[in-house]
Design a protein around this ligand. Structure first.
Ligand SMILES: [Zn+2]
Length: 326
């Protein structure tokens, strides 16, 4: 995702307002107490991300044998952590007409945890599992492993699913590892346009794409700029987060290339007026390069990101906001 470099981004700290000269003034008091951080299976998380980004996966190119292996790996992990199936089963096959490479079918991997109180209202958590395959050699390597983009998000689905199975949410949470993002968001588009649950009962999309490395320990939650009612939930999540959680990159005011609204799978939901929160970091030098490999992930940041997404999901589940139109 995100083909454009990020230059001159205006950064607004969560819970802060700009005060000129680059200063920020906190408007939210520090939390006097935070709920315990989510228990994330960090060993399983690192194992899953390493497997998905292994050289043997050859960059999980859309339509490739290796992308199908990634699909099957995730399907097995969804089974192992105990996710229920949705609709036609664990993998949802759908037709595509990718004129560029003649691909005719693709698959989303889908599972759910049924809500205990409002099972007919849905939180849909997404991350794409495809990447861009093998390409031009850079520094002797030509496999574009896509560890951060987006094995990090796909592996996080499993960790979050495991957490919610252990302690079920009030609303039903659907997990979808979606296919073909790098070729035009085929999987998320299919999920939204041919939904297996009523589209108007989807409360929010939580999308993860590139959450595994950031030297500044900064994670963005984009979306509240389009759906302001989500902002208080993000702000409250930020106060207790292990990473620096920021809002932004979600309106034209961010500048050309810096508005991420249409740059990953949440765009498919937004197009239908479904609120989204997209978690991701700003680009790094290995973005869409062979250097986006597992050994360059930052485990402490990555686990902190997953815990932050977990905290947001819990907070939303406990205090959902009404769907609003942008
Ligand atoms: Zn991506």
């Amino acid at each position: 995702m995100r083909p454009l470099p990020l230059i001159g981004t205006l950064l607004l700290a969560v819970g802060c307002t700009p005060a000129g000269s680059g200063q920020v003034v906190p408007v939210a008091p520090p939390a006097s107490s935070c709920a315990p951080l989510a228990v994330v299976d960090s060993i399983g998380l690192m194992r899953d991300v390493s497997r998905l980004a292994d050289d043997s996966m050859r960059g999980r190119l859309f339509g490739s044998t290796e992308a199908i292996r990634a699909r099957d790996y995730l399907a097995a992990r969804f089974d192992e952590v105990g996710l229920a199936t949705v609709g036609s089963g664990r993998t949802h096959e759908f037709p595509v007409t990718s004129t560029r490479d003649g691909i005719t079918r693709a698959w989303n991997v889908v599972g759910m945890v049924r809500g205990t109180e409002r099972p007919d209202e849905y939180i849909v958590v997404t991350a794409h599992y495809d990447h861009i395959g093998v390409g031009r050699p850079v520094a002797g390597d030509s496999i574009y492993n896509g560890a951060d983009d987006n094995a990090s998000g796909a592996a996080a689905l499993v960790a979050l699913a495991r957490m919610l199975v252990a302690e079920p949410p009030r609303h039903t949470v659907i997990f979808a590892a979606v296919d073909g993002e790098e070729r035009g968001m085929w999987g998320s588009r299919h999920f939204v346009e041919s939904p297996t649950v009523p589209r108007d009962q989807i409360l929010v999309n939580v999308n993860m794409d590139m959450i595994g490395r950031n030297a500044a320990n900064e994670l963005y939650a984009a979306g509240p700029g389009r759906y302001p009612s989500l902002a208080p939930l993000v702000e409250a999540t930020a106060v207790c987060a292990q990473v620096t959680l920021r809002m932004g990159h979600d309106t034209p005011a961010a500048g050309p290339g810096n508005d991420w609204t249409s740059q990953s799978d949440h765009a498919s939901f937004h197009r239908r007026g479904i609120p989204f929160v997209y978690f991701g970091e700003e680009d790094h030098p290995d973005y869409h390069r062979p250097g986006d490999s597992s050994d360059r992930l930052m485990p402490a940041f990555y686990v902190g990101s997953v815990r932050t997404v977990a905290a947001f999901i819990r907070r939303f589940d406990n205090t959902p906001v009404a769907r609003t139109t942008p």
